[in-house]
Design a protein around this ligand. Sequence first.
Ligand code: KG4
Ligand code: ZN
Length: 327
Amino acid sequence: MNVLGIETSCDETAAAVVTDGRVILSNVVVSSLKFHRKYGGVVPEIASRMQLETITQVTQRAIRQAGIKLRDINLVSVTSGPGLLGSLAVGISFAKSLSYGLGIPLVGVNHLLSHIYAVFLSKDSPKFPLVALVVSGGHTNLFLLKDFDAIELLGSTLDDACGEAFDKVAKILGLGYPGGPVIEKLARQGDPKKIKFSCSGTDRPLDFSFSGIKTAVLYAVRDKRLTLNEKKDIAASFQEAVFASLIKKSLLACKLKKTKRLVVGGGVAVNQCLRNKFLAEARKNNLSLKFPTPHLCLDNAAMVAGLGYQLFIKSYCSDLSLSVDLN
Ligand code: KG4
Ligand code: ZN
């Protein structure tokens, strides 16, 4: 079954064709990032306008690169939320019109679960039950998955998302947007033990909090002209504290839910330092840990197509009343 995935939850316009939830025939992602940079973050109005302009071409490219024709598509899977309202509306409207025009079914999928599904696109896909950590620009959530449609939310951030904290710290350090890649690069040459940052405690042990550490970075740099080396140390020390919190809570979730399987997805999971630290702790604790391949950590439509397939074969299907789901 050829599934066309459509993803427009943030600044990307993405379309992909995936066969039977596993084989990626094409995966096209076009970002409007360069238009947002000067504002220091994604401007929703600019994102949705760009998506409106590019979605047809991006989809045509995905179909061409897959080596198939439009009539060979059997299902349309689209991100229905959470994300930016206008951006999601563009993808959903486009997916609905394709479904209606081609007379093929439509399924709306959750963006966070599609980030988890990215792990299932690798050769050695995980088994259920598992604990999943999603670390993205908008969310930081721990889930227990017994199946693609049997999901329990175990914890989430009380304030900033993990990727958002990277973006804000990068802004404080004058490093531009998005923050993740540039913080990772600087941190590689910094001393992670130089400054003792830590993430705030939370009443519920599986929740997260990142706004305190962001403020601590702000105080550490306030009224100072930092050298590049000082910035490197701050970046490394910030990463160290954030990753320690992510790892501690993920391991606790596995322990509480009595599972030895852990997956980590979302944009922050592309970070090699995070991957190495997680892998070392997983080994120590005898856990099976899996990440998506790096290019599938960031927003893409292959993960949307894949999850849509899994839900469709379980008889989930949307109709033309599908609307944006911001939760
Ligand atoms: O999942 P994603 O592509 O979009 C959302 O669903 O939000 O994640 C984007 C986030 C941004 O906050 C970005 O700074 C962060 O992922 N990110 C990283 C890295 N690359 C991207 N964070 C840490 N290290 C990275 N290398
Ligand atoms: Zn995302």
